[in-house]
Design a protein around this ligand. Structure first.
Ligand code: MLC
Ligand code: AMP
Length: 504
C-alpha cells in the first residue's frame, strides 16, 4: 500500500456518503465530507512548505476539523503531535522546541501568547477554534477536496505523543503507522466492531484513548461516532440511547452511576462499554452490572504501546483484571532489579512486546535504552501478575505516577516547581484516593528553617507553570518528610497517612 495508515483508515471511505460524525447539533458529517476537509487541510500544510516527516503540533479543542487535521497529517506524511488543551504556555514551549515542530495550530484565544514562542522557535502558527473557524480553515476553504496521498512506509512515524517521566522532563513517544494500524485492526476484531456501530465519543482527542483507540477503530470498521466536545453528563445521557458502544476512563462510569437517570433502559441499545487509562474499581464494575446488566470490558494500554491487554468480548470479563495479552502482544512479568522473568503468579514489572510498541523517545536515546530492551520488550513501569487462568492483574506502579481522571501526572514535575518557591525547602507530591478522579494530587511542603511559605502564593505560581489538572488539590506544610536509611522520601508512608483526605 502507498500509505498504509491513510489507505486503511481513511482511503477506504473515499466517495462514501455514509455517516462518520454525528454532532450534538444534529448535523452529520459523512465520510466523504470529512475526507474532503482533511484533503483541504493537507493542501494548506504542504503549500506552507511542510515535507513528509515534519511535525505539526496542535493544541486545539475537540471538533470535526481537529480530527480532520489528524487525517490531513496522515495523508500528507506529516507527524501529528496533539497536545492537551490544559497545557500552559510554558509547557507548550517545551513541546514545540523539543519536537522541532514546523507548524503550531492553536485556538485563537491562545494566539497572542503562542505567536512569539512559535516565532522564536521558527514555527509557523495557524488558528483553529472550537467552532471550526480560524486561519487554518480560512485557507483550507479555497483548496481542492482531494489530495494526492503521500507515500509512506508502515515503519514511518505517524505521531508523537508526549508523556512525562520520573525526571520531570516530558518525552516524545514516536509512534509508527504500523503501531497505530496493527492495534486498530486487532481491537476491531477483538471487540467485534462493525459498520453498524455507533460509538459515543466523549473523550479528548489528544491522547491514545480518544484518538487512536476510539477513533481509529471506528474508522477501520466503517462505523460512526456521536462526537461530543467533552464528557458532559447531561449530553452523554441524552445521546446514549442512540449509541451501541462507548469508551471511557473510570471517572465516566462513576459519574454515570452517580446519576439516577442512568438506567438499564437508557443503555438498551448498547452492546459494549470499555474502560481503561486508569484502574476501574471492582465495586464500580459490580454496581454497573447491577444497574445496566452490562459488564464493563476493561483493557490496559499506554501512550508508548497503544493497547496491550483486554478482557475477552465473549468470555468472562473479570473485575479487577485487565484481561489477556492481545493477539500479537508478548507479555512477561520481570524482577524490577534483575530484569529476569518471574514464575507465573508472582508480582513484578509488566513488560510488553509487539507491533503496537513504539519506536522510542524522540531524540532521547538514553531514555529509550532505559525502557525499551534490545529484544523489543518495553518496560512499562506497571507492577502486575498473571493469575492461573492467564488474566493480567495490575497491582501497582514501579514508577512515581499519579493518574487523575485518566490523566497521568508525574510528581517530580510538580515537586520541581514547588521546590523553587520562596520559603520552601523541599516538597513531596503524592496521589491520594479521590471519589471522582480515582486519585488526586496532594502537595506536602517543608519550609526553610524559620520561614512560613505563603501557600496561596505557591499555588498561584504553580498554577502559571503547570496545567490545571496537575495542580495540587491541597497543599500541606510538614516539619519534615519521612525518609528511609538511604535518605529516600518514603512516599508510601505519606500515601497511607493521607489516604482518607478526600474520602466521601
Ligand atoms: C479536569 N480537571 C481535572 C481533570 N480534568 N483535574 C484533575 N484531573 C482531571 N482528569 C480540572 C478542571 O480543569 C477543573 O478545574 C476541575 O478539575 C473540575 O473539572 P470537571 O468539570 O469536573 O472536569 P471535567 O472537565 O468534567 O473533566 C473530567 C474528565 C476529563 C474525567 C471528564 O478529565 C477527561 O475527559 N479525562 C479523560 C482523560 C483521558 O482521555 N485519558 C486517556 C489517556 S491515554 P477548575 O479548578 O477550573 O474547576 C492512556 C492510555 C490508555 O492513558 O490506556 O488509554
Ligand atoms: P499514559 O502514559 O497516559 O498512556 O498512561 C498509561 C498508564 O495508565 C499505564 O502505564 C497504567 O499505569 C495506566 N493504565 C492504563 N490502563 C489501565 C487499567 N485498565 N488499569 C490500571 N491502570 C491502567
Amino acid at each position: 500500500m502507498a500509505n498504509p495508515l491513510y489507505d486503511r483508515l481513511f482511503g477506504i471511505h473515499a466517495g462514501k456518503s455514509t455517516p462518520f460524525l454525528h454532532l450534538q447539533t444534529g448535523a452529520v458529517i459523512s465520510h466523504q465530507d470529512f475526507l474532503g476537509r482533511a484533503a483541504q487541510i493537507a493542501h494548506v500544510l504542504t503549500h506552507s512548505g511542510l515535507k513528509p516527516g515534519d511535525r505539526v503540533a496542535a493544541q486545539v479543542e475537540k471538533s470535526p476539523e481537529a480530527l480532520a487535521l489528524y487525517a490531513a497529517c496522515v495523508q500528507a506524511g506529516l507527524i501529528f503531535l496533539p497536545l492537551n488543551t490544559a497545557y500552559t504556555a510554558e509547557e507548550l514551549s517545551y513541546f514545540i522546541e523539543n519536537s522541532g515542530a514546523s507548524v503550531v495550530v492553536c485556538d485563537r484565544r491562545n494566539e497572542a501568547t503562542l505567536l512569539p514562542i512559535a516565532r522564536q522557535l521558527g514555527a509557523a502558527l495557524a488558528t483553529l477554534n472550537a467552532d471550526g473557524t480560524g486561519t487554518l480553515m480560512d485557507q483550507a476553504a479555497g483548496m481542492p477536496t482531494s489530495f494526492a496521498t503521500v507515500t509512506r512506509d508502515a515503519e514511518d512515524l505517524a505521531a508523537f505523543l508526549y508523556t512525562s517521566g520520573t525526571t520531570g522532563r516530558s518525552k516524545g513517544a514516536m509512534l509508527t503507522q504500523n503501531n497505530l494500524l496493527s492495534n486498530a485492526e486487532t481491537l476491531v476484531r477483538e471487540w467485534r466492531f462493525t459498520a453498524d456501530d455507533v460509538l459515543l465519543h466523549a473523550l479528548p482527542i489528544f491522547h491514545t484513548h480518544g484518538l487512536f483507540v476510539a477513533t481509529n477503530i471506528t474508522l477501520a470498521s466503517g462505523g460512526s461516532m456521536i462526537f461530543l466536545p467533552k464528557f458532559d453528563l447531561d449530553l452523554v445521557l441524552t445521546h446514549l440511547p442512540q449509541a451501541t458502544t462507548m469508551m471511557g476512563v473510570p471517572t465516566f462510569y462513576t459519574r454515570l452511576l452517580g446519576d439516577e437517570r442512568f438506567t438499564r433502559d437508557l443503555a438498551a441499545r448498547m452492546r459494549l462499554f470499555v474502560s481503561g487509562s486508569a484502574p476501574l474499581l471492582a465495586d464500580t464494575h459490580a454496581q454497573f452490572e447491577a444497574r445496566t446488566g452490562h459488564r464493563i470490558l476493561e483493557r490496559y494500554g499506554m501512550t508508548e504501546t497503544n493497547m496491550n491487554t483486554s478482557n475477552p468480548y465473549a468470555g468472562a470479563r473479570r473485575a479487577g483484571t485487565v484481561g489477556f495479552p492481545l493477539p500479537g502482544v508478548d507479555l512477561k512479568i520481570t524482577d524490577p532489579e534483575s530484569g529476569d522473568t518471574l514464575p507465573q503468579g508472582e508480582i513484578g514489572v509488566i513488560e510488553v512486546r509487539g507491533p503496537n510498541v513504539f519506536k522510542g523517545y524522540w531524540q532521547m536515546p538514553e531514555k529509550t535504552a532505559a525502557e525499551l530492551r534490545a529484544d523489543g520488550f518495553f518496560i512499562t513501569g506497571d507492577l502486575g501478575r498473571v493469575d492461573e487462568d492467564g488474566y493480567v492483574h495490575i497491582v501497582g506502579r514501579n514508577k512515581d505516577l499519579i493518574i487523575s481522571g485518566g490523566y497521568n501526572i508525574y510528581p517530580k514535575e510538580i515537586e520541581l516547581v514547588l521546590d523553587q518557591q520562596p520559603g520552601v525547602l523541599e516538597s513531596a507530591v503524592i496521589g491520594v484516593p479521590h471519589p471522582d478522579f480515582g486519585e488526586t494530587v496532594l502537595g506536602l511542603i517543608v519550609p526553610e528553617p524559620g520561614k512560613a511559605p505563603d501557600l496561596e502564593g505557591v499555588a498561584e505560581t504553580a498554577g502559571q507553570a503547570l496545567a490545571r489538572f496537575k495542580h495540587p488539590r491541597r497543599l500541606l506544610v510538614l516539619d519534615e518528610l519521612p525518609r528511609n536509611t538511604m535518605g529516600k522520601v518514603q512516599k508510601n508512608i505519606l500515601r497511607e497517612r493521607y489516604q482518607d483526605m478526600f474520602a466521601e
